[in-house]
Design a protein around this ligand. Structure first.
Ligand code: PPS
Length: 134
């Protein structure tokens, strides 16, 4: 009656630290965890009230935000339909990290417009320049 281990208690915790199937399962999850953190931060920022909302009516020729400094380029961001503007937000994630699912969920919001396919500008087509990106 003095047994300290409960029924089945030795099944998962008997391996040494850093070895065995537990470690084998944890290691491949590191990129997914990183992607989840990045996507989570994005979601927090995208929640209503967390960030300033874009004006519904396009502001004529108004710079999107205060320039970072004198001479800094002003890149017009998307603020309405029918304009080729730069995005206000990017989804960054590892392959198979669930970025497509996140994009599809965000796309359900009436104030969010997104490309149909991932542009891969920064990792594949950066050399093509901002004119291509927009
Ligand atoms: N919430 C949630 N929970 C668990 N798994 C999820 C979730 N959302 C997406 N997924 C799975 O993520 C895979 C797609 O990831 P990505 O969109 O990043 O794919 S891709 O690299 O851009 O092609 C894809 O896995 P596979 O079906 O194995 O390809 C999705 O099923």
């Amino acid at each position: 009656m003095a047994g300290s281990g409960g029924p089945g208690g030795g099944a998962g915790g008997s391996q040494g630290a850093g070895a065995g199937p537990g470690a084998a399962l944890r290691a491949p999850r590191a990129p997914l965890l990183l992607a989840a953190l990045v996507l989570g931060a994005y979601c927090l920022c995208a929640l209503p009230g967390r960030c300033p909302r874009a004006p519904r009516a396009p502001a004529p020729a108004a710079p999107p935000r205060a320039a970072r400094g004198p001479g800094a380029p002003v890149l017009p961001v998307a603020s309405g339909p029918g304009r080729r503007r730069f995005p206000q937000a990017l989804i960054v994630g590892v392959k198979k990290g669930g970025t497509r699912a996140l994009l599809e969920f965000l796309r359900l919001h009436p104030d969010i417009r997104a490309l149909g396919s991932e542009p891969h500008f920064f990792d594949r087509w950066y050399e093509r320049g901002l004119a291509w990106y927009r």
